[in-house]
Write a protein that binds this ligand. Structure first.
Ligand code: ZN
Length: 221
């Protein structure tokens, strides 16, 4: 994976370039660089892959989403028929960006002007209405602390020491993503950055580290 020292926060680029949905846009799930990997009534998981020199079609987002940086590159963006932005700095490995699109859908295109693959795990919350009485920040699941949350998601960043093991239960559906290391998710051996598993609400799951590992968990509210 790309050297950590070159990964500087980019988050905000894709947010900064959203605009009203334009007639020539396609839904994100139909855009060729957005690959739908899993879908149920509550959520959709997409793998976003934009190789160097490529750009996406103008595409629309209409569901709140969480994007987790798996591989950063210098990305530029534009909304509709607007001008391309200047390329931003690569996103930080494992950093989650949260965007609230529901009720204010927007469309944009992004292009990779850098030399690395741009890769995200993108999770859409398919609900269209959200409760305002969200669980307060810093609520915990087991010993884990929420690092970010909004109306649609809660984000946990979980370090696992080598040879450690833990299990816990989420009250919401969760997507667990390997950021680095070598681990077992419910016995499934995972070593590749960006590998994810889906765990239904209320199901106890185990996380075991063969080597020191870093995980991100996204709860879908
Ligand atoms: Zn978990």
């Amino acid at each position: 994976m790309t050297a950590m020292k070159f990964l500087i926060p980019l988050l905000g680029l894709t947010v900064a370039v959203w605009a009203e949905t334009t007639p020539d846009s396609v839904p994100a799930r139909q855009e060729p660089h957005h690959h739908v990997m899993f879908e149920n009534d509550a959520l959709r998981i997409l793998s976003v892959l934009v190789p160097p020199g490529e750009e996406t079609l103008n595409h629309s987002h209409d569901h709140d989403d969480a994007s987790v940086c798996i591989s950063g590159s210098n990305m530029r963006g534009k909304s509709g028929a607007g001008e391309w932005s200047k390329p931003g700095q690569p996103c930080t490995l494992g950093r989650a960006g949260l965007t609230q699109w529901a009720g204010k859908a927007g469309s944009h295109a992004v292009g990779n002007t850098g030399e690395s693959l741009f890769q995200l795990v993108l999770v859409e919350n398919l609900h269209t209405e959200f409760s305002l009485d969200s669980t307060p920040l810093n609520s915990e699941i087991g010993s884990e602390t929420v690092t970010r949350e909004n109306r649609a998601f809660r984000v946990f960043e979980i370090p696992l020491a080598a040879a450690s093991e833990k299990s816990h239960t989420h009250t919401m559906p969760v997507v667990t993503i390997l950021i680095s290391g070598d681990a077992q998710f419910d016995g499934k051996h995972v070593t590749e950055t960006g590998t994810w598993v889906y765990v239904p609400a209320g199901q106890t799951h185990s996380l075991k580290a063969n080597a020191a590992s870093q995980l991100v968990e996204l709860e879908i509210r």
